[in-house]
Design a protein. Structure first.
Length: 556
């Protein structure tokens, strides 16, 4: 060890989280680790308690890994056994980087020690050299992360559809980290499982599988990690998926989203990287870069999803607006003007479009009228309403009302899905006599209120239309005396009161409260107001009401 009398060895601490840069002189045996009994102790969570050891012998300095959990690296190459160190070598232990220096102390300006060695701890050249090493290492690392962030944020500032966004992300990752393959996996399905959404390799080959064990490890532990050599990890080294692809290094980072204040975040998926070689190795610096990119990626994915949902919502709202306009155009714009009668009708859908339908047609002798309520709500019910309107218009003059209803039922049955139907009321009013013939196919029973206060419900007919193609129907009849009123309504009106009998009595009472000269439109407004007062569920169902009033001065 004669030569060691003329040489000292030291390491410069270049970067460690929460520590300042410093130098340390190496002795015959110098241990490094997280425990306080080490010669070099660092508060590094990724460092083992006793991680590695420097040994001076035969005039050289050797580095030995002490079976650390995460390995020791010299110039980013995993250490196996012991290795002699050379000037400027970078040693990585956990998240801490050390730079090795070898210095001769034979100098005219040196101080003679008792054993004949010449020692000068700090000389100007060494100080400048050390300061330069610290600055360059730190600045390179910081510049790398800053460059990655700048490229990533510049690439992701524009909105992309999710498939294009994934490709942009993978480009940024592989430009920054020396992995051979990369993939983005999102949690989908019930139960949630990691699903490949995008893959990329440096060689143009597609990735068809990713180790589910590795993916579950990242998702279950919910932390980023790197396995610089899977052969050293007994939990995964025997996995078939890793052996099949000859994987040596793996890195994963979960995708956390937390866009709302106070939100602790939720897991979207993960970013996965691997290589079939440990040269160059995937390092903890790479893991830090990947973690930063994963955070940016998760936020961008969530933002893209919200933007696409907002765009979809706006498109749906526009579609609904157009559908509402079309549906409104299909309903009578105004009630017909008929001598001796006052007629009014309207519908209020609980959504922008609805499944209620009403219609009038005046031919000079008869008033044809109909009201229906298609099963369901929203767009689906509105589409069925359009089909029913076309069917009714095609057949409601065909023969007697039971014959017309049979044709309407058969045609509508062929149009609608097997689980859809409509309640339906159709009638013909002979204007000269006030005679009303009708068919009630499962609809709420209309109320005929005579001028003396007597009233009756019109329930003759049969089953709903559209459900049973061979259904038959019966015809009912009644007479509107001068001063009588006919109220035809959907269940959005009647169900405002819990008891159907109470609903009928309330509607009759409202009608009688108004004099016989009250306009049909005013009576309709009174009924809608009463419905609003009776029910807290104003928008629970479509509401449709027809009012046909025979004026009191008409005689048969």
């Amino acid at each position: 060890m004669e030569s060691s009398k003329h040489t000292i060895f030291e390491v410069v601490v270049c970067s460690v989280r929460g520590s300042t840069s410093r130098r340390a002189r190496l002795h015959v045996r110098t241990t490094v680790g997280r425990a306080e009994d080490n010669d070099l102790c660092f508060p590094d969570a990724l460092m083992s308690r006793h991680h590695a050891e420097f040994q001076l012998h035969d005039g050289a300095c050797y580095l030995v890994d002490l079976d650390s959990s995460n390995g020791t690296y010299v110039n980013d190459i995993g250490l196996r056994g012991e290795q002699v160190l050379h000037e400027g070598d970078t040693i990585t232990v956990g998240e801490t980087s050390l730079v090795f220096h070898e210095k001769s102390l034979l100098s005219d300006t040196g101080e003679q020690l008792a054993d004949g060695t010449v020692s000068r701890e700090v000389i100007p050249e060494t100080t400048r050299s050390t300061k330069k090493a610290i600055d360059v290492t730190d600045l390179i690392s910081e510049d790398r992360v800053l460059g990655v962030l700048c490229r990533a944020t510049n690439a992701l500032v524009v909105h992309y559809p999710l498939p294009d966004l994934f490709n942009q992300i993978l480009d940024a990752i592989l430009d920054s980290i020396p992995a051979q393959r990369a993939a983005i996996m999102l949690l989908e399905g019930q139960p949630l499982v990691p699903t490949l959404k995008a893959t990329r390799t440096r060689f143009g080959n597609a990735i068809t599988t990713v180790s589910q064990d590795i993916a579950r490890r990242a998702l279950n532990d919910r932390v980023a990690f790197v396995l610089r050599d899977v052969l050293d990890d007994p939990e995964v080294r025997d996995r078939a998926s890793l052996r099949a692809d000859a994987i040596r290094s793996v890195m994963c980072a979960p995708l956390w989203s937390s866009l709302n204040p106070g939100d602790h975040g939720h897991l979207l998926g993960l970013v996965y990287l691997d290589s079939q070689s440990d040269v160059p190795p995937l390092t903890y610096r790479d893991l830090q870069v990947l973690t930063v990119l994963a955070n940016v990626t998760a936020t961008k994915i969530e933002s893209a999803r919200l933007l696409e949902e907002n765009l979809l919502k706006r498109r749906l709202e526009e579609d609904l607006r157009l559908a509402a306009e079309i549906q409104s155009d299909l309903l009578p714009r105004q009630a017909p003007v008929i001598p001796g009668y006052d007629v009014d009708g309207t519908t209020e859908p609980c959504r922008m479009v609805g499944g209620d339908y009403f219609d009038f047609e005046y031919d000079g002798e008869y008033l044809h009228l109909a009201l229906a309520d298609v099963s369901g709500k929203g767009i689906g019910a509105a589409m069925l309403m359009v089909a029913l309107r076309a069917t009714v218009r095609a057949h409601w003059r065909d023969g007697s009302l039971p014959e017309a209803t049979v044709r309407i039922n058969r045609t509508f049955h062929m149009t609608v899905p097997s689980d859809k139907y409509a309640t339906f009321f159709v009638a013909r009013l002979e204007l000269r006599t006030g005679c009303l013939t009708y068919v009630n196919a499962g609809q709420n029973k209309p109320l005929l209120i005579q001028p003396d206060g007597q009233w009756q419900s019109l329930g003759v007919g049969g089953t709903v239309v559209g459900a049973f193609p061979e259904a038959s129907y019966q015809q009912g009849a009644a007479v509107l005396e001068p001063g009588a009123r006919l109220l035809v309504f959907s269940d959005g009106i009647s169900e405002s009161w819990a008891d159907p009998d109470l609903a009928d009595r309330q509607l009759v009472a409202i009608s009688q409260l108004r004099g016989r000269d009250t306009a049909a439109a005013a009576l309709r407004a009174d009924i809608f107001h009463a419905v609003d007062q009776a029910s807290d569920f104003k928008t629970a169902d479509d509401r449709t009401l027809l009012v046909i009033q025979r004026l009191a001065n008409m005689t048969s």
